[in-house]
Design a protein around this ligand. Structure first.
Ligand code: HEM
Length: 116
């Protein structure tokens, strides 16, 4: 199970790279919005995060889950994913959706690292 956990964790980092990369790449652009990298990154984070949480909480891998931390991250990620779908449906400059998704993603990175 350790190998499965590590593979999913790698995918979790790739999802983070896609989500945050899609956000950062638009920083200097006058037109901002939710690009495919952000949408797919959000979905990847949701799926891989829940699998990681499941593996920890079931005891399949050592380490134990910090339940409140994961619940908070899950809530934020659901919000990010909803924003991604709503933002993709709109056309034109979507700076609000872009900024909210980027900000919430960074909050999740800070929670992941500092909430021990
Ligand atoms: C935008 C969404 C997310 C971001 C940016 C994110 C970011 C991260 C980062 C940077 C790590 C590595 C932390 C470390 O190893 O010190 C991590 C690990 C992890 N994430 Fe996420 N995550 C997100 C969503 C989720 C969700 C929704 C869940 C599950 C509810 C989740 C569960 C986990 C677990 C179980 C780990 C490994 C153990 C830990 O460090 O707590 N993540 N995440």
């Amino acid at each position: 199970m350790e190998i499965l956990y590590n593979v999913v964790l790698v995918l979790h980092f790739i999802g983070l790279a896609s989500l945050l990369g899609g956000f950062l790449v638009q920083m200097a652009s006058p037109q901002k919005g939710v690009n495919p990298a952000m949408l797919h990154g959000a979905l990847t984070q949701l799926v891989t995060g829940v699998i990681l949480q499941g593996l920890l909480e079931s005891g399949a891998v050592e380490g134990g889950a910090i339940t409140w931390k994961l619940a908070t991250k899950l809530l934020i990620t659901v919000a990010v994913t909803v924003l991604a779908f709503l933002g993709r449906r709109k056309t034109g400059n979507q700076v609000g959706f872009w900024a909210a998704m980027g900000g919430l993603t960074m909050v999740n990175v800070v929670l992941a690292v500092f909430w021990t």
